[in-house]
Design a protein around this ligand. Structure first.
Ligand SMILES: [Zn+2]
Ligand SMILES: [Zn+2]
Length: 137
């Protein structure tokens, strides 16, 4: 079990955050947006208990990309680090990009989403996780 709060931040240190409750679940997303914004084949994120995330440094720095048909993508504009996503309908619903945690957040991705758009250049790992053609519902 990790100790709480979990801590994390962006690459340049302008943004720091804490999560003070256990993460609910985690997943990999293979959608094209995640590939573009991360430069990788898939993005790993953890779903937080609503209200458990606190930005302790740089809350005024964080910027977001808000596609009209999806969750907002929050990032540090200084270094480009992907940090969070946020529901358009309920801003308390958020995920934390797992790479932003300082240490083991105590949870592992439990499913793969948007595998229909998975990158052609990297095989999806044969890890036994359930694969979903589309998104998380
Ligand atoms: Zn930064
Ligand atoms: Zn995605």
């Amino acid at each position: 079990m990790p100790t709480f709060p979990l801590t994390g931040g962006c690459l340049c240190g302008a943004v720091r955050f804490e999560v003070d409750e256990q993460l609910l679940t985690a997943n990999y997303c293979h959608c094209t947006r995640c590939q573009r914004r991360t430069g990788t084949a898939a993005s790993a994120q953890a779903v937080i208990e609503p209200g458990s995330l606190r930005i302790v440094k740089g809350a005024d720095v964080v910027r977001s990309f808000r596609p009209p048909d999806g969750w907002a993508k929050l990032f540090c504009p200084e270094c480009g680090s992907a940090l969070f996503s946020q529901s358009r309908d309920d801003p308390a619903k958020m995920t934390v990009r797992m790479s932003a945690f300082d240490t083991d957040p105590g949870i592992r991705p439990q499913a793969r989403y948007h595998v229909a758009t998975a990158a052609a250049w990297e095989p999806i790992p044969d890890d036994g996780l359930p694969r979903h053609a589309g998104g998380r519902t």
